[in-house]
Design a protein around this ligand. Structure first.
Ligand SMILES: Cc1cc2nc3c(=O)[nH]c(=O)nc-3n(C[C@H](O)[C@H](O)[C@H](O)COP(=O)(O)O)c2cc1C
Length: 367
């Protein structure tokens, strides 16, 4: 049978596992409708809160790390953008209309509130009434919002994370995904706490705190707002290896819990790696911002190609397939010793080891 991208997560049917991640690509109903028309399986809307008047953005709010070889290639992207500054009531009306117009597409509301039970429970109640398929709790925005004790300020502390997910669970009637910050030592602690409190899935990763650079003409850090700056969130291709590692660690710590993986996904081949390390769906934010929503067609073809190459019919056959091959360093050493011994009949001596390591180091410096 030909491979199919149809997939079911937390009982939600998706025509394909590609979602637009929370951010500019899902900033209003018009662009969300456009992305549905172009073939995205679902969209996580830009994060919303009850009182948008407290959300004040600056300009500029983006910065790019460009390739030295080709200035058109963006390796990494910084933003100091806050959550949505559009009124909550506008969002509620738009989410309701989108679900009416696109009943088969998956619409997930990203929500964030202050550290108060009533606020979280109110936003959950009012958002789920629109008919959205699931909620994603933004416990991970690393800039701006933590100054109000929101976003990462909650998600980096497993006990607060557990408390907030518990409040949400008390009133949520639809699946709840908790979105994790990578700006922590142990990526599994808050994820475990969220699931313990009743989260149905984990989204990872939000952006990585960074400073994109300093303008050598003005000597001011970027992005520069009235001569000043703040650290922002890093995303795009450069963060992919870090995101893969976070997804892998969370998948190993929470077997069976659906993960929505993201961070630097630009192709179906990138996405395939997230599935192999335990994601059940993937999200794309910066890739769609830089290259357009149209990338979805190619991404789907590429993922189908990986599946066909490995004679797989369903996405779930990819999920977690590469996880068993992570081990400890000591085990790698032992495996290599045993493999070499089996090949040549003797264990290798130290000189051979040193020679091989030197060859590898030399080739790195000449590349
Ligand atoms: C400009 C911009 C705005 C974002 N806004 C949000 C947001 O409102 N809520 C949220 O949960 N994540 C937000 N994100 C984070 C993304 O959803 C995603 O977690 C992160 O960028 C990594 O994925 P990517 O490399 O595909 O962008 C934003 C990212 C960018 C680049």
């Amino acid at each position: 049978m030909a491979p199919s991208l149809k997939t079911v997560v937390n009982g939600i049917e998706l025509e394909n596992p590609f979602l637009l991640g929370s951010g500019p690509p899902g900033t209003n109903a018009k662009v969300i409708a456009k992305s549905f028309d172009l073939g995205w399986g679902g969209v996580v809307c830009k994060t919303i809160s009850l009182d948008s008047s407290k959300v004040i953005n600056t300009a500029p709010r983006y910065g790019k790390l460009k390739s030295r070889e080709d200035e058109k290639v963006v390796l990494g992207f910084e933003n100091i953008e806050l959550i949505s500054d559009r009124p909550f009531d506008t969002w509620v009306a738009e989410l309701r209309q989108l679900k009416k117009d696109y009943p088969k597409k998956v619409l997930i509301a990203s929500i964030m509130e202050e550290y108060r039970r009533e606020a979280w429970q109110e936003i959950v109640r009012r958002t789920q009434e629109t008919g959205v398929d699931a909620l994603e709790l933004n416990l991970s925005c690393p800039h701006g919002m933590p100054e109000r004790k929101m976003g990462q300020a909650m998600g980096e502390d497993p006990s607060i994370c557990q408390e907030v997910c518990g409040w949400v669970r008390e009133v949520a009637k639809i699946p709840v995904w908790a979105k994790m910050t990578p700006n922590v030592g142990d990526p599994t602690a808050s994820a475990k706490a969220a699931v313990k409190a009743g989260a149905d899935g984990i989204s990872a990763i939000n952006t990585i705190l960074c400073v994109i650079g300093v303008d050598l003409r003005t000597l001011r850090p970027m992005p520069t707002v009235e001569g000043h700056s703040v650290p922002g969130g890093y995303s795009g291709a450069a963060v992919r290896p870090i995101a893969l590692r976070h997804v892998m660690e969370i998948a190993r710590a929470l077997p069976g819990v659906p993960i929505s993986g993201m961070g630097g996904i630009e192709t179906g081949f990138d996405a395939a790696q997230f599935f192999l390390l335990g994601s059940h769906t993937v999200q794309v934010c910066t890739g769609a911002m830089l290259q357009g929503y149209e990338i979805i067609s190619k991404m789907k073809e590429e993922l189908l190609k990986v599946m066909a190459d490995h004679k797989m019919e369903a996405v779930k056959e990819l999920v977690g397939k590469s996880l068993p091959y992570f081990t400890t360093h000591a085990d790698l050493v032992e495996r290599q010793r045993a493999a070499k011994a089996a090949k040549v009949g003797t264990a290798r001596d130290n000189e051979t080891w040193k020679g091989e390591i030197k060859k590898e180091t030399d080739s790195l410096s000449t590349n």
